[in-house]
Structures are given as structure tokens and as C-alpha cells.
Design a protein around this ligand. Structure first.
Ligand code: CU
Length: 168
């Protein structure tokens, strides 16, 4: 009982976190029109990995041990490619993961169960204390999205923020 539930969670984790790397998809019957050559540039509901040459704006975030991001709310225009720079001003590891609230909730629950789970995607940055990282992301879907630190305990303490993508 317990172990089959865990297996299911692990399967869900590898499908949604490793995504195209394994060829598995958590949402296999949704429309994914991209060709199989584009390994990392997978269209997500909250956008797609951006091209550095398309960057016209940089937004800097501080990650704090008070479990807050500064700023915790940003706005971008539909189609905009933004360089998101993360500076960890704290003494513990933090991360920055973009997603829908639903995806982040699910991912955070997995992180609580498997705190050492390793994962990497172009919409995530893992930043050690004093460190800096960046994400280049193209927001080609309008809507309200979240970003969050999914490290166990951080997400539940409110280490989250909002991204509004507005049509021009
Ligand atoms: Cu954190």
C-alpha cells in the first residue's frame, strides 16, 4: 500500500521533473507540437526557455532566509524574454522555480517527501548561500504564474512570488 503509493509518486516525479529528458510526460495527451529535436526548449504553460540574445530586460531577485523573495511580484509583457537573476543573500540554500500554482504545489509536496530529490530544468535555479544564478525565460503565455523556493519548509513558509504576463 505505502510502497505502491511511493512508486507512483516517484513515477510522477520523474515524469514531471525530468520531462523531455526521459521522454516521459506527466500530461502525455496534451498538445505538445514541438519536434523531438528540441530537448530542453519544452513549451510549458508558463513559457519556454529563452535565447540569451533575445534578452532585453534583467530582473534581479534577492533570496532571503526570512523565506522571502525581493521582489515577490513582477510583471512582464507577453512574448518578452527576460533574464531573471537570483542572488542568495542568506546562509542556506534557496531555489527559484517558475510554474503554475498547481505544478508548484505538487512539486513542493514531493520535495517534502524526498528532500534530496535532484532535478534541473531551464525554469529552475538552485542557489547556494552567497551565490548567484540566472534563468533566461520567454513568457509566451499570458496569465498569472508563480515562482517559489520548493526546498522543504521554505515553500510552506511562504517563499513564493507572482509573475503576471500581460498581452501587449
Ligand atoms: Cu528557500
Amino acid at each position: 500500500m505505502q510502497s505502491s503509493k511511493r512508486k507512483l509518486l516517484l513515477a510522477a516525479a520523474s515524469a514531471s521533473l525530468l520531462g523531455s529528458a526521459t521522454g516521459a510526460r506527466a500530461h502525455g495527451d496534451k498538445d505538445h507540437p514541438q519536434k523531438s529535436g528540441a530537448v530542453k526548449k519544452e513549451q510549458k504553460d508558463w513559457g519556454i526557455a529563452g535565447d540569451v540574445r533575445a534578452v532585453k530586460r534583467t530582473i534581479e531577485f534577492q533570496m532571503l532566509d526570512t523565506m522571502r523573495f525581493v521582489p515577490d511580484r513582477i510583471e512582464v509583457r507577453l512574448g518578452e524574454t527576460v533574464r531573471l537573476v537570483h542572488r542568495n543573500a542568506g546562509k542556506v540554500m534557496h531555489e527559484f522555480v517558475i510554474g503554475t500554482k498547481k505544478e508548484l504545489d505538487e512539486h513542493a509536496a514531493l520535495m517534502v517527501k524526498f528532500p534530496n530529490m535532484e532535478h534541473d530544468e531551464p525554469y529552475m535555479a538552485h542557489v547556494p548561500p552567497g551565490g548567484r544564478a540566472e534563468i533566461v525565460w520567454t513568457f509566451n503565455r499570458a496569465g498569472e504564474f508563480d515562482f517559489a523556493c520548493l526546498i522543504a519548509g521554505h515553500y510552506s513558509s511562504g517563499m513564493v512570488g507572482k509573475i503576471t504576463v500581460r498581452a501587449a
